[in-house]
Design a protein around this ligand. Sequence first.
Ligand SMILES: [Zn+2]
Length: 464
Amino acid sequence: MYYICPGLLFANLDIQLCSLLGITFVPKPDLLLINATLLVNPVDGCMQEDAYLAVADGAIVGIGAMADLPAQPEAEKIIEVAGNLVMPGLVNCHSHGAMTLFRGLADDLPLMTWLNEHIFPAEARLVDAEMVYWCSKLAAAEMIMGGTTTVADAYFYEHAAAKAFCEAGLRSVAAQGIIDFPAPGVPEPKQNIAVAADFLAAWQGKNSLLTPALFCHSPYTCGPDTMQRAKALAREAGSLFFIHLAETRDEIAQSKAQHRKTPVGLLHGLGLLDENTVCVHCVWLTEDDVRLLQETGAKVVTCPESNMKLGSGIAPLSELLAAGVQVGLGTDGCASNNDLDLFQEMASCARLHKVASREPTCLPASVLLDMAMGMGAEVLGLARQTGCLAVGLRADCVIIERRKPHLSPFYNPGTLVYAGRGSDVSTVLIDGRVVMQDRRFLAFDLAETLDEVRRLAKRVRAGE
Ligand SMILES: [Zn+2]
């Protein structure tokens, strides 16, 4: 079936040839968003009014002015956007989806007390494949309903998380956890690399929405040999290597005492920093650390709400960005945040850095939007798939309902950062599939997931 419309030219179609033939053949779109205001480029704040966005086979195949569409446009499905905002879906560059089960379980504690006395023991008792599956599904629902269309997740039993994300239709980079002591699903630490290798082999090329990766928990829970073996495996597979790095001052002191190096210096000395290494947190960095990250092309993910809640500190984002280091935004796990709302994360990040520097011009809203969209996609190696609205990219986009008191008037996209909320997202497309429409969650049976998580939470409370 063909659709004739001059406004819906494929980017790679030879326009001159078409005009010579006097006709333009374009497949009939699966989906048309009409009468939209498109946030085409969050960096320059450019918004295109009275526009359409066409989707076919999961990809964006046309963007243009409504005036270029026929009076009665044809498509399998048409969504009337009614002047609301269509923008790229958000990219959450670091989370532990299954930790939704521990939301609110142990608040107001220092990192090491929180980890060693609460989180690690609870994980040892409760984490199994079933728990990871249901709680990752809950995380997927929370993220989709808040406008997140891509997540980089890291946990144990990651195959169960991967299954949950694929069923949800959420784009993901799923990273199997590696740690040098008995862990959920890996009772014998000597098997940690073998389990990770099996995970990569099982998921590579299996689902176009999922990219498998590795996650060494941190340099204080993984020895140099483990980190090197994990990175060698990631290099062999062409996968990303995630690690929590330089999160607290205690970690810096421990690293200097044990290795006589900062955590970043340690990783560099071990040959672990390159453009496929994603360093999460990077709160405590020296000038040399920033230079090493820049020179090696390593990526950084900042999780300001987790850093604030655990009292860890403030990452030197202005210095990193000025040096040209790519920085993505992450929520971290639910136990240290305690939600997965990237709108709140953008707002917290902007305000935190302004108050810390006493400089209101630092980290403007456009940079936050870039970190949560295009630059975030680059950090995850997914910039050719997602992160902006462009013909040829996968159709990952969200509609923001602007006719609300707290979003009126709407002069520019900065309003999303300083006044927006995840609940302002009305409709979500991932890979062209409508997973939420007008706040109706369509990705899977949400009631079933809520019931299963409630059942698991009873076990947490009972101390089983
Ligand atoms: Zn984390």
